[in-house]
Design a protein around this ligand. Sequence first.
Ligand SMILES: Cc1cc2nc3c(=O)[nH]c(=O)nc-3n(C[C@H](O)[C@H](O)[C@H](O)COP(=O)(O)OP(=O)(O)OC[C@H]3O[C@@H](n4cnc5c(N)ncnc54)[C@H](O)[C@@H]3O)c2cc1C
Length: 402
Amino acid sequence: MGERIAVIGGGIVGVASARALLLRGLGEVTVFEKENRLAAHQTGRNSGVVHAGLYYQPGTLKARLCAEGRRSIRDYCAEKGLPYREMGKLVVAVDESELPALAEIERRAIANGVPGLVRLNGTDRIRAIEPHVAGIAAVHSPHTAAVEYTAITEAMAADVRSNGGTIHTGQEVVAMQIDGSAVRVRTHETEEVFDRVIACAGLQSDVVARLVGADPSPKILPFRGEYWALDPARTDLVRGMIYPVPDPRFPFLGVHFTRDVHGDVHVGPNAVPALAREGYTWRAVSPRDTWEILRWPGAGALARQHWRMGLDEIGGSLVKPLYYRKARRFIPELRMSDLTEKTAAGVRAQAWGRDGTLLDDFAVDQVGRVTLLRNAPSPAATSSMAIAEHVIENYVFARATE
Ligand SMILES: Cc1cc2nc3c(=O)[nH]c(=O)nc-3n(C[C@H](O)[C@H](O)[C@H](O)COP(=O)(O)OP(=O)(O)OC[C@H]3O[C@@H](n4cnc5c(N)ncnc54)[C@H](O)[C@@H]3O)c2cc1C
């Protein structure tokens, strides 16, 4: 019998980690998920895109694990008969001021080995791919795909169970105690002893890190992403995925158009500060989460650096014409009435350092025999299977201290 390993978090990264541990025969695995279902937070509330690796600084974990993860997710969907549709993605520069940033995306994409990448100069070449887009230049990634991450997580959970693993939903880990080579894990219902723990707690990753006395930095700064549905009668405006050139000072991609596996088109997400870790609307306010954010040492620096963009995003969230204006930049035929209703929002778990910087790369910490995923924002769903392998190979067994 191998070791007893607990995984905290039933999002795609936690479940992929549990599955990888079992397939490698590394021990008995138990997953704890605080909600009554898997994929209840970021994994079940995202854009459903399998990124091809355009944006990431070459040499980073994001660049490497996104490329590896894309191939793993593609092969896994093929093996399980899950939908995987290569819609293709355009990143569009609307005016000359965006050309340097577009050139940098192209440079990174080439360095990251994004398959089939093409640079398109001029409206005619862009319109051969997306007939309703206005832009002066673009890069096209034909293998960017759409999937359903909840279905993928459920399929991986079935693999966990069929390989002897246990998944407890509705069980929040509220305390951990490292006791020599044992880790005592407590929920409201049970207390169990494990040899090792992997925490993939998303929006709660700093809270879980504090349970074992890890550095409180990086903290999680929750950023909500809100979507509008495109009128089903107008989805012919978008063939695949259409993105703006993102602002390089900010770790989010900008409001974009995404066609999902069912053919529906979603517009978004924006990025507004959430007033609760799991705050999916403006009405969801946690005084405690908000107070913790306001008194974080980096709050002032972040506010000074990004207040203009923050106000712009909040305006777009509260006032539909402002949101519409961003979307219409690429598709001039878009009418405000084409954005029919707001659909389920997601909240991104963005790690935030003491000095106010937003961490760009994936980040992992180790405290004794507890491995903590501290930053797993987009493209962590794409990268999930590769993150699992990386964490197991480089942390869980390699760096654990007795
Ligand atoms: C709006 C939005 C759009 C995105 N679009 C994309 C995209 O198109 N492509 C892409 O690759 N990525 C995308 N992402 C990012 C992606 O969704 C996340 O990076 C990924 O889902 C992270 O998975 P996770 O398992 O780490 O986190 P989560 O899915 O958030 O799972 C963490 C789980 O841990 C549980 N948990 C927390 N604390 C405890 C505790 N104490 N005890 C037990 N359980 C606990 C939570 O309930 C939760 O279920 C997007 C994210 C958002 C928010």
